[in-house]
Design a protein around this ligand. Structure first.
Ligand code: ATP
Ligand code: MG
Length: 398
């Protein structure tokens, strides 16, 4: 949907001068600085998929806002390009650019400027006026957008009757009225108190479940990034230090800088069963011979084996005790050995929801996908490794 290629921005130098410095093979950051300029963004490449919630995270001054402003060319790159839905934004005519900014990309900022003497509905409808939408239609769409952000009945109020969180909702509604393909949100919740912020995050995730917009969300808070982002791009000094999913970043921070951020994150809420699981030591299928299964089980550290049905679901657990009995009694069917005595968790369940259930059975926790198929197991040791902060190999199966 959006592809940034080698995006680079130098401020405070004439473009030609900046261009010459960037073309030279020397240390760019230093050369720009010595010439009196600022290398705000340095060779940043990434792509955002349709329907993805893509988070850009970094400390103040790391270049986040400059990157997103280059996406719709509010800032022209010094080098590199942005391709939007197959079209090079740098090659767009002024008219196409206007269309991109007004219609296809909506923006929400930290401090949203609302008009104090206009109603909330009129404020939400504001973006449609510039597009020549007739008044009745404008207000109708504003009401719908206000509904989407949980302010359905408040359209007649004035902004000064609203709290900070409600004002941000109006800002979000304004961006939604134009039904953009892409929403760019620059620290939209940063000025809110923690509880309001949390509820805005929930609201955004809810909206995202319903509408699946492509969203680029900027924040300097890693917990917020982890909660919201399908993927997170961590920036420092204008460069990308890491790009990956929350669990990837938590379990394999790229450097000490990211590790520092990660140490503040509650791992048990970010890591999921799917990210900490490993392949089962042994498996068996309904219809296997108990003697053969027992043989395989003896080679493994476990005392039981998951037996899967033809559809991949868990038929039950065969423990070594039950298997031995069957073999001693010359019973050849595995189904007679099946017991319960296991716990299955969905692959997207966060650790916090199931860590206390690890270790209670002869088999490790089972991880199942949406169709209830067995996709992996989580032994107790793995849970403990994941909670401790040095799970170097948590993702090694991936
Ligand atoms: N218009 C400008 N002119 C000169 N320098 C600029 C301009 N805009 C940004 N910069 C500089 O570029 C660097 C990156 O700024 P940017 O605003 O992109 O960072 P940011 O990650 O969004 O920071 P914050 O979290 O504070 O919003 C900073 O050093 C900043 O001072
Ligand atoms: Mg910024």
């Amino acid at each position: 949907m959006i592809e940034a290629r080698h995006l680079t921005k130098v401020f405070d130098l004439p473009p030609a001068r900046a261009g010459r410095i960037l073309d030279a093979p020397a240390d760019r950051a230093r050369a720009v600085r010595e010439a009196g300029g600022v290398l705000a963004v340095d060779d940043v490449s990434f792509s955002v998929d349709k329907g993805e919630l893509f988070v850009i995270m970094g400390l103040s001054g790391s270049g986040k806002s400059t990157v997103i402003r280059m996406i719709n060319r509010l800032v022209a790159p010094s080098a590199g390009s942005v391709v939007y839905d197959g079209a090079d934004v740098g090659g767009m005519t002024p008219r196409e650019l206007r269309e991109l900014r007004n219609r296809r990309v909506g923006m929400v900022f930290q401090h949203f400027a609302l008009f104090p003497h206009r109603t909330v509905r009129e404020n939400a409808a504001y973006g449609l006026k510039a597009r020549g939408v007739p008044k009745r239609e404008r207000l109708r769409r504003a009401d719908r957008a206000l509904e989407q952000v949980g302010l359905g009945r408040r359209g007649d109020a004035y902004p000064d009757e609203f709290s900070g969180g409600m004002k941000q909702r109006v800002g979000l509604a304004r961006a939604l009225t134009t039904d953009p393909d892409v929403l760019i949100m620059d620290e939209p919740f940063s000025a809110l108190d923690p509880l309001t912020r949390r509820s805005m995050q929930e609201q955004l995730l809810e909206l995202q479940r319903d509408f699946r917009k492509t969203i680029i969300f900027v924040t300097h808070d890693l917990n917020e990034a982890m909660r919201l982002g399908d993927r997170i791009m961590v920036m420092r000094n204008g460069r990308i230090v890491q790009l990956g999913t929350g669990p990837e970043i938590i379990s394999q921070p790229a450097d000490a800088y990211v590790e520092d951020f990660v140490s503040d994150v509650d791992r048990t809420r970010v890591l999921t069963a799917g990210t900490v699981m490993q392949p089962p030591w042994v498996t068996a299928a309904v219809g296997d011979d108990p003697a053969a299964v027992l043989g395989r089980l003896r080679e493994s550290p476990g005392h039981g084996v998951y037996v899967t049905a033809p559809d991949g679901g868990i038929a039950g657990v065969a423990t070594d005790a039950l298997l031995s009995e069957a073999v001693a009694g010359n019973r050849a069917d595995l189904e007679s050995c099946l017991g319960g005595g296991y716990t299955a968790v969905p692959d997207d369940a966060p650790l916090i929801e199931f860590c206390h259930r690890a270790g209670g059975h002869p088999v490790p926790l089972a991880v199942v996908d949406r169709d209830k198929r067995l996709v992996g197991v989580v032994p107790r040791a793995r849970v403990l490794d994941a909670i401790a902060s040095t799970p170097k190999d948590v993702n090694e199966h991936a």
